[in-house]
Write a protein that binds this ligand. Structure first.
Ligand code: NDP
Ligand code: HSE
Length: 430
């Protein structure tokens, strides 16, 4: 390639694509020195030319026809930041078939069709790099595949969704309720107009599927991840969390025990002293436990134009270096095992249970006895508040099997002395 440059193309010039254009241009000199060659965007696929021009893209580079990119033999790297799972999948596959390496930020697509896409990358001997798909600007995919690759990964605990972390932080710091903080998150542009994917945990589940596939060397898809969102968390649960020295976080949890893995996303009480407890606002963090390294945590901005572009451009430089050295496909798919993914009922955790019951003698004993019969061992109980004529009771269990506590709660919920089981939240990280 002596004296020439590596040519790349952008598919999509929205938030992330615009950021990629800016970073590649603003840091052109330093990137040339680090990569050992110039990296230029030759073409940009975008429907809305005006939007791309606002990001600084000249009209001459813009096209609405993907064939202008796929059929261009001078383009070595295709950067997919269109999003969605239909056109993006088709174009990524076509680009790889045409011998081009691909960089993508698309967690939705990877969590759904990862197996097919990595298979195609291997077959065509090209790179498929996706650092930005989890944790935005936080380097986590490369560390897992490279720096930590000598470890057996025991567990991953991630705060991988900025919108929900912002909402839970506000609820905790200001005592605000769920509906108000959701509106605030939308006004600030963090939550989408339709916030379902963030608040119901689907976005976190997709990111966990990607992380777990790498960490545990077995294919995990979005549909394999047990998922609960934050919409049932109330100011009252947050108040009790504080009293018990916990913080509420939406955690993406992946664990390997005895050759089986568990993958789950749900609101979680974690001790105030846990490193993840101080990850606030829109920040993300991924806490990993490896058998050799011990505990390690990666922290930063999980979304946004420039942080996400930082990760994408890092991958583009990697792909350019690999092309120059003729070593494409160096870190291929590492899902060489086929591990059992445990049913949520067979996983173990500590639980917080809040309920409203009749305020009369024998009630506590009756409920405790159901827990005992279902092998749910209790750690503590709080009864110090009344709601009208009803007593509010909070139980915290020891580590118990999920199916045992669910069975117990079914029986308890049917008792005439129990008005309502208000919330059930897992406790982790002790
Ligand atoms: P945007 O919607 O801002 O950008 C996508 C762009 O692609 C839009 O400008 C869109 O145009 C354009 N586009 C869509 N379809 C076509 C088409 N058929 N032909 C040409 N252009 C098209 O999305 P983001 O930049 O926010 O996200 C891109 C990807 O990055 C997604 O996969 C997302 O999950 C991922 N990501 C985003 C992060 C973020 O902070 N935004 C963080 C981490 C990952 P139009 O708007 O006119 O439809
Ligand atoms: N919607 C995501 C979040 C950003 O709130 O973190 C994109 O991954």
């Amino acid at each position: 390639m002596g004296g020439k440059c590596i040519q790349a193309a952008l598919l999509g010039c929205g938030t992330v694509g615009g950021g990629v254009w800016k970073v590649l241009n603003n840091n052109q000199d330093i990137i040339r020195k680090r990569a050992g060659i110039d990296i230029k965007i030759k073409k940009v696929l975008e429907i809305d030319f005006e939007k791309a021009q606002k990001a600084g893209v000249p009209k001459a580079v813009l096209t609405k026809n993907p064939d202008d990119i796929i059929n261009d033999k001078d383009i070595d790297i295709v950067i997919e930041v269109i999003g969605g799972t239909t056109l993006s999948r088709e174009l990524i596959l076509r680009a790889m078939q045409a011998g081009k390496s691909v960089v993508t930020a698309n967690k939705d697509l990877l969590a759904q069709d990862g197996e097919e896409l990595f298979g195609a990358a291997g077959k065509n001997k090209v790179d498929l790099l996706f650092e930005a798909s989890v944790g935005g600007g936080i380097p986590i995919i490369h560390p897992l595949k490279e720096g930590l690759s000598g470890n057996q990964i025991k567990a991953i605990y991630g705060i991988v969704n900025g919108t929900t972390n912002y909402m839970l932080t506000k609820m905790s710091q200001d005592g605000s309720n769920y509906a108000d903080v959701l509106t605030e998150a939308q006004e600030k542009g963090y939550a989408e107009a339709d916030p379902t994917s963030d608040v119901e945990g689907y976005d976190s589940a997709r990111k966990l599927a990607i992380l777990s596939s790498i960490a545990f060397n077995t294919r995990v898809s979005f549909k394999d991840v047990y998922c609960e969102g934050i919409s049932k968390i109330t100011a009252r649960d947050i108040m009790y969390a504080k009293e018990l020295n916990y913080v509420v976080k939406l955690l993406a949890i992946g664990k390997e025990t005895d050759g089986e893995i568990e993958v789950r996303v749900h609101p979680t009480f974690i001790p105030q002293s846990h490193p993840l407890a101080s990850v606030n606002d829109v920040f993300n963090a991924i806490f990993i436990q490896g058998d050799a390294v011990g505990d390690v945590m990666f922290y930063g901005r999980g979304a946004g134009e420039l942080p996400t572009a930082s990760a994408v451009v890092g991958d583009v430089i990697d792909a350019a270096r690999n092309k120059i050295m003729n070593v494409r496909g160096r870190i291929a798919c590492t899902c060489y095992d086929n591990k059992i993914i445990r049913d949520i009922g067979d996983t173990k955790a500590k639980f917080y249970v809040r309920m409203k019951v009749l305020d009369r003698t024998g009630v506590l004993a009756a409920i405790a006895s159901v827990f005992g019969n279902q092998e749910v061992s209790l750690d503590s109980v709080i009864q110090k508040r009344n709601i009208g004529s009803l007593a509010e009771i909070v139980w915290v269990t020891h580590d118990v099997l999920e199916k045992n506590i669910q069975d117990a709660l079914k029986i308890i919920g049917g008792l005439s002395i129990v008005e309502e089981i208000c919330n059930v939240i897992r406790v982790e990280g002790e």
